[in-house]
Design a protein around this ligand. Structure first.
Ligand code: FES
Length: 147
């Protein structure tokens, strides 16, 4: 059902954790399955993503897509990171079963939410970046407890 890459990123996820005083933090969730993903970005003065970490409370595909998404955005410029779609994340993982496509969407949305947070904190306008759909701040405390 899952590709070797998915299994690899699920059993050995890259960039797990959090960044203190991150430049941007994005938390998104899927109401249907209840999975939650949070991405932390460390962005330097030149708009380059120097470091990225994630915490995902969710299914195996959500963990694998978070892990791959962090690998894809690391070292990229903000504008380049914005262009990384869920399809790119899935392609990099050699695909996902159709029922798991929404898990990869979570990864794209979490990156966008973290970029939005970064832009807001710095009074920046990032071309093409839309306000994140869901604001699930009230669930943040719950996530902390899970870890
Ligand atoms: Fe919902 Fe994977 S089942 S994120």
């Amino acid at each position: 059902m899952y590709s070797e890459k998915v299994m690899d990123h699920f059993t050995n996820p890259r960039n797990v954790g959090e960044i203190e005083n991150a430049s941007g933090v994005g938390t998104v969730g899927n109401a249907k399955c209840g999975d939650i993903m949070r991405i932390f970005l460390d962005i330097d003065d030149n708009g380059i993503i120097n470091d990225v970490k994630f915490k995902t409370f969710g299914c195996g595909a959500a963990v694998a897509t978070s892990s791959m998404a962090t690998e894809l955005v690391k070292g990229k410029k903000v504008e380049e990171a914005l262009k990384i779609t869920n399809k790119a994340v899935m392609d990099a993982l050699d695909g996902l079963p159709p029922v798991k496509v929404h898990c990869s969407l979570l990864a794209e949305e979490a990156i966008h939410a973290a970029l939005w947070d970064y832009a807001e904190k710095n009074n920046l306008k990032i071309e093409g970046l839309k306000k994140p759909k869901s604001d699930i701040n009230e669930e943040e405390e719950e996530i902390k407890e899970e870890y």
